[in-house]
Design a protein around this ligand. Sequence first.
Ligand code: TYD
Length: 135
Amino acid sequence: MIGDDRGSLIALEANRLIPFDIQRVYYIYSTKINVERGFHAHRELQQIAIAVNGACTMLLDDGSEKKEIKLNSCAQALYIGPGIWRVMREFTADCVLLVMASHYYDEKDYIRDYNEFLNWVKDKKNEEVDFDRGW
Ligand code: TYD
């Protein structure tokens, strides 16, 4: 953060603070009360999420561990890599959730079924084991 007596400024640069080439930016806002969004994982996509206004809660699940992260500061950026199931909830009425993404929108990159996600994670782990053994 670059702050002086006029206020604060945050600069996000691709391949520097943001660890990928930003190909897409979108934002979620005017979310209705008690709405839960997400319920998917991505095969390849990397994302950074920032609540630039208001707050929401992000639930992250890698298939074996679940974490709950409160996004309530525009100075806080959350990195979400591939293979993470996410649910967004507890949006405040004024929440603007800004997301920077490493790829264009591509429905084929989504896993929208939780059991399919768990199988995908299991397959990935098996691939890694095979690789380690040099098969
Ligand atoms: P979706 O990713 O399912 O939203 P969320 O995970 O926040 O619940 O997207 C909602 C709709 O918007 C869906 O029809 C796909 C479309 N969409 C785009 O066209 N471009 C985008 O960049 C995103 C993120 C979604």
